[in-house]
Design a protein around this ligand. Sequence first.
Ligand SMILES: O=P(O)(O)OC[C@H]1O[C@H](OP(=O)(O)OP(=O)(O)O)[C@H](O)[C@@H]1O
Ligand SMILES: Nc1ncnc2[nH]cnc12
Length: 283
Amino acid sequence: MQNASLESVFYSQKNHISPPFLSPSSSDSLFSPSPERHRVSVATNSGKRSPLNRFNNYQPALHPLRCTVELKQQMATEEAAQIQDPRIAGISSSIRVIPDFPKPGIMFQDITTLLLDPKAFKDTIDLFVERYKGKDISVVAGIEARGFIFGPPIALAIGAKFVPMRKPNKLPETQKFPYKLVSCKEGNVIRVYIASREVISEKYSLEYGTDIMEMHVGAVQPGERALVVDDLIATGGTLCAAIKLLERVGVHVVESACVIELKELKGRERLVDKSLFVLISST
Ligand SMILES: O=P(O)(O)OC[C@H]1O[C@H](OP(=O)(O)OP(=O)(O)O)[C@H](O)[C@@H]1O
Ligand SMILES: Nc1ncnc2[nH]cnc12
């Protein structure tokens, strides 16, 4: 079997960059059980790295749920089949890492340098589009702020609408009927305030703080199939909040897609059985 040689391609790279990865725990029908599922092309890893790029310790992305004795053999086979796409090295080397931003101890993954590189940016969008085109996804939900950069071009290319998942108090709410007048027993008219149902919110925790995410309820319909897009998964709190918001209004989240995964923060574990696809994974 060609596993040995493929593994050596994987592990001998100086720039250990993980291949695109689909959580096998996904019960979704995004991909048919055909060989297409893990189709990728051979890695050359020839892209030049920026001196500021600290993504220097990559390894193949493994889903924690896969780490059982029973699945070891299957894992080895699947990992060997996940040959890197040559475009990923260029994308990885275009990302800058800023130490101690926004707080001491945080290695900030800055995708603005990826955006300055048209090839890396296009390759990033293309890799996602190739994965999601024809998968019956009607909603791409992008997370503020950096999900607003990657989400819209993916949505346009796959023929889906784009729904922004915003920071609090940014989405306009309908204020037309903030209350209704109701007669009570005594014949008095009282004012009953109605919570606006235009925007729903989820509070969540981050690597460096907490935040609230909001979505317009009417933007999506129950039963729609959504892809959640962001630049990066760290602790997974942000993606969890986005998935919760969509599921609260009856949307089926097919998968979440990020450019970067910070594996050491174990966000994938927090997603439990929700499928996650990333282009680049760091340890
Ligand atoms: O997996 P998590 O621990 O939840 O972190 C990931 C989130 O953190 C970053 O956004 P940030 O909250 O810094 O907001 P910004 O994009 O508006 O700067 C990043 O763009 C993700 O959205
Ligand atoms: N290290 C990091 N770099 C960029 N965005 C982040 N969001 C959470 N952690 C981050």
